[in-house]
Design a protein. Structure first.
Length: 234
């Protein structure tokens, strides 16, 4: 008998435009969180996404690049404390000392995942009791999810990362549910990040890498926003 390794139940939770874009453009200066709140016809209902976000899982996975894009490295005042454990994958690194300080003062625990032995987080480990570091020679999402389950008792995990990492979760069959809030907006641009980016398939033999979905809920929100919930068929 094959024993399945335990991992959290995962939900990909994202804000996207009607054409599937999760950013405003193809540079890190542009970001949905920073930009869409300035657009008439979009900003009025944007609060609904953040209200739904506040009800998501106790463990939330993101990347250092996304955190840097929303400005954590430059924040002047702290965010209100939340009872959430942030799992942040950051190799470059994109986070600096101020960014790590901001996140550690924001969340219950920061679990920083990296393949970078020289990440600045190591020099801050003794400063923050709620900072843990998970080092891997190569990023293995299966192993990461198993470690979150075994070491931190994570039962459910919300994923809010970029399109390339979302693709790795998809191809590794690690997405269980999809929860999407669609803004009434068209962005365009072939180089703008979408819900799922990464490598495209190039042969009919690879069709098994595509994942069919079962619609669980379709909700019309205010101000022309829509929320869609799916279960990923295995």
């Amino acid at each position: 008998m094959i024993l399945l390794k335990k991992r959290p139940i995962t939900t990909l939770f994202m804000l996207e435009s009607l054409d599937g874009k999760i950013s405003s453009g193809n540079t890190d200066e542009l970001d949905a969180d920073k930009d869409w709140c300035k657009i008439n016809g979009v900003k009025e209902g944007l609060h609904q996404y953040y209200e739904i976000e506040a009800t998501t899982d106790n463990f939330s996975l993101n990347t250092g690049r996304v955190m840097a894009k929303i400005g954590v490295n430059d924040k002047k005042t702290y965010h209100s404390k939340v009872d959430v454990n942030f799992v942040i994958i950051d190799n470059k690194p994109h986070l600096n000392e101020k960014g790590i300080d901001y996140i550690c003062n924001w969340v219950e625990k920061l679990i920083l995942v990296t393949t970078n032995k020289n990440h600045i987080a190591y020099s801050l480990k003794n400063k923050y009791a709620n900072l843990d570091i998970l080092y891997y020679e190569e990023l293995d999402l299966n192993r990461l999810l198993e470690d979150l389950s075994n070491k931190y008792k994570a039962e459910r995990l919300t994923i809010q990362s970029g399109g390339n990492l979302n693709e790795l979760f998809l191809r590794n069959n690690l997405l269980d549910y999809i929860n999407i809030v669609i803004a009434p907006l068209l962005v365009g641009g072939k180089d703008v990040s979408t819900l799922i980016d990464g490598e495209a398939i190039s042969s009919p033999k690879e069709l098994d890498k595509l994942k069919a979905l079962e619609l669980i809920e379709c909700k019309q929100l205010n101000d022309s926003y829509v929320q869609l919930k799916y279960k990923v068929k295995k």
